[in-house]
Design a binder for this molecule. Structure first.
Ligand SMILES: NC(=O)c1ccc[n+]([C@@H]2O[C@H](COP(=O)([O-])OP(=O)(O)OC[C@H]3O[C@@H](n4cnc5c(N)ncnc54)[C@H](O)[C@@H]3O)[C@@H](O)[C@H]2O)c1
Length: 415
């Protein structure tokens, strides 16, 4: 089997949407043109476990332009865009992903991309990398790329335990990734997911954002921009203080549970909203998660508290509690922006995937000399991505004069 997708006839629709994303990815396009000329990934086999979206398709096509062969599987059972999978298969790229696939299929698909004997691995959440340290520890791997915060946390834990067996670039840690993708991408698209599933008006609602990291920062600011009264719940005192000084109300999760109309979790943590919170929530409260795994909302507890459950609209499940209150969960508590919307806009994935492509090139050039550890992309590559993006936006970038450069480098020049 060299692919497993839902419906090959969706390819033309996927092609049109991939083209639309490509138009808004000028940095990745520049890199693709250079890759096509220089072929830095010639002969490299890549296994990519990523959300199967139009933006990922453009990354895959960039790697192929650079000389790589790529096999793609989904990094989340609910995020696959079946038309994109069909379009890539139509171009001869092996794809193993079906929207809504069950857990067994999900893991079978991860094994399928590893069966291609890759030397580079692109991961989003570290599931493939974990598999490469357990059941597939026999496969020799040159290096990996990790896309998201949760994956990087898992990899650092592997490195700290001394078990990581190849170098991995924490692409998430590049500034042109997490300061834009997590903030502006998740910030906007998480609300987009809630809007598509519910069509509610945010203005005048109390929106509780649990976790004020990069994603939570973006969600809180975008919700405020739509006229919501935003409450932030944080465990880190500095981030909680930052939220308070940026104009948000800061509360404990139990206090927030009683006042929220909409709850959005973005912590990377487990069971941040659970039975004790559900017991206090208002009738018709809406719950969604933007964190990587579907463990932030304790839906097993909600299921056992509920008398009945039904699909009220697409991507919106209603739980009826014995006292008559109804709680509404968006996209089964999975990444709401990918489950109920289309994920991050291409405009911001342009930078994240430029970082990914440059990380692959960097690993092919240097991977064999690196110890197994978690690495950041060199600063100059991060800055290069920012420069290219600014240029594509028509922005001007000021340059230090020689006098200023010397002044800033000198400890003597006080006056
Ligand atoms: N939906 C998407 O497309 C998308 C995009 C990027 C990242 N992510 C995922 O979103 C999650 C958050 O990413 P991030 O980059 O914002 O991470 P981050 O580490 O910057 O922020 C997480 C925040 O949550 C806080 N937190 C942890 N446990 C908490 C709890 N019990 N209650 C309240 N606050 C708590 C932490 O103190 C931290 O400030 C991760 O799982 C990441 O992988 C999702």
């Amino acid at each position: 089997m060299n692919h497993d997708i839902a419906d090959p006839s969706l390819a033309p629709e996927g092609e049109r949407r991939i083209e639309w994303a490509e138009r808004r990815m000028p940095v990745l396009r520049r890199i693709r043109e250079r890759f096509a000329a220089e072929r830095p990934l010639e002969g490299i086999r890549v296994a990519a476990c990523m959300h199967v979206t139009t933006e990922t398709a453009n990354l895959v096509l960039t790697l192929v332009a650079g000389g790589a062969s790529v096999a793609l599987a989904a990094s989340n059972p609910l995020s696959t865009q079946d038309d994109v999978a069909a379009a890539l298969v139509g171009r001869g790229i092996p794809v193993f992903a079906r929207r809504g696939e069950d857990a067994d299929t999900f893991y079978r698909h991860l094994h399928a991309i590893l069966d291609t004997q890759p030397s580079l691995v692109f991961d989003d959440g570290a599931d493939t990398t974990t598999l490469l340290h357990k059941e597939r520890a026999d496969l020799p791997i040159l290096g990996g790329m990790e896309e998201t915060t949760t994956g990087v946390i898992r990899l650092r834990a592997m490195a700290a335990d001394g078990v990581l067996r190849f170098p991995v670039v924490a692409v998430n840690d590049s500034e042109t990734k997490h300061l834009f993708d997590n903030r502006h991408g998740t910030g906007q698209s998480a609300l987009d997911g809630i809007l598509r599933a519910t069509n509610i008006l945010f203005a005048g609602k109390t929106v509780v954002v649990v976790g004020f990291g990069d994603c939570g920062w973006g969600i809180a600011h975008r919700a405020a921009g739509l006229g919501a009264d935003v409450v932030v719940v944080e465990v880190d005192p500095i981030r909680a203080l930052a939220a308070a000084m940026e104009g948000f109300r800061v509360m404990t999760s139990l206090d927030a549970a009683a006042v929220g109309d909409v709850f959005l979790t973005a912590t990377g943590d487990i069971h941040v909203l659970r039975a004790e919170h559900f017991g206090r929530m208002k009738d018709n409260a809406i719950l969604a998660n933007a964190g990587h795994f579907d463990v932030e909302l304790d839906l097993i507890a909600l299921e056992s508290m509920a008398e009945a459950k039904r699909e009220l609209r697409a991507h919106l499940t209603e739980y009826l509690l014995p006292d008559g209150r109804r709680l509404l969960v968006v996209a089964e508590g999975r990444l709401v922006n990918l489950g109920a919307a289309e994920g991050h806009p291409a405009d911001v994935m342009d930078m994240s995937f430029a970082d990914q492509a440059l990380a692959a090139e960097w690993l092919v050039a240097h991977g064999a000399d690196l110890e197994p550890d978690v690495y950041r992309l060199p600063r100059e590559l991060d800055e290069e991505v920012a420069r290219l993006k600014l240029a594509s936006m028509g922005a001007g970038l000021e340059v230090l004069t020689e006098e200023q450069r010397r002044y800033l480098a000198s400890w003597e020049a006080g006056t």
